[in-house]
Design a protein around this ligand. Sequence first.
Ligand code: A3P
Length: 345
Amino acid sequence: MRLASGHVAVQLEGEELAKIQRDFGGFSKGLVRLTPGRWVLPAPYTKFADKIYNMKFRASDVLIMTYPKCGTTWTQEVVWTMRNNPNLDHPKASIPVKARSPFVDSDMLTHMGKDVHNNELLEMVKDIVPHPDPDEGLALQMTANLPDPRTIKTHLPFSLMTPDLLDTAKVIYVARNPKDVVLSFLHHSRLMKSMSYVGSLEQYVDYFVNDQLIYGPYWEHLREAWPRRDHPNMHFLFYEDMKADPKAELRKLNQFLGTDLTEEQLQKIAHYTSFEEMKKRDEVFYQTRGTKRVNTEVSKKDGGFYRKGEAGSWRGQLTDVQETKIDDWTKVNSLKLDISFRYSV
Ligand code: A3P
């Protein structure tokens, strides 16, 4: 199948698909691989791909683009708060960030499930989308209906978004070191029903370095973003830098976004968006409502979405063999890309 982006999507099949479906209970609808780029995505992506690619951005949009688990939600909350809630008194600030800042490509994840109408977002967005139709993609409708200024999330790389993106909107790309990413993504893949990973850590590291996880290849994602880092509409952010000195990073964002916040406002927002504070608010919200999206036995055993929130927590969790695999893979890929990560702060 040819997509508007020019990519050709081919269904994964045979032994590769069978193995993935044994390890990921959530991928019953299959996966596709795109050429060029070798992007791996859930099969329902093809239903929404052209709509996402042809999406009209506005001059006031900020798009937060990341490979999964690189600090997307944190950055969304920081940016949304800086733009909409500088004094921390917005009446809607306590609803989850996903109901304020749409995840534009999430419809394909919802459509991996059995019942697209049983969608948690449906209830949250009814003020924004008057007649929502989950079959047509709730996240897409939410994005289209959201008033300015929109803070939008995507895990898709540049080549799957409109080519004039940076000419129109601002993009914040967030990157995180691959060792923390793989452990964070492993937990997420076990936690979320849409993926329901049941394999081992060892197998998961193999999926990661073999570029078989959705939204990968990890390095290709970076390779498309890194050369664009000096574009005036682009801001490149590292998770580890935010962790080391959030206020310094908020200051840079203040300049990039033109939000003109005072030092005192930035200080308060840095505290408000800290791991502990965001985790606390999330627990309060879901304690009263519950959620059907997560595997509860995993969240009871290993925690929920807010797992550790650290840079360097991979230490002691990866075996020497697993670490070497990631190091070798990093060495090969870094040759073509002049980027270096901090592996702890
Ligand atoms: P861990 O699994 O390592 O804890 P994303 O939003 O891209 O899915 O990234 C999720 C990762 O960011 C998780 O990492 C999560 O705990 C962490 N995270 C979320 N909010 C954070 C915050 N305010 N400060 C630091 N890390 C945060």
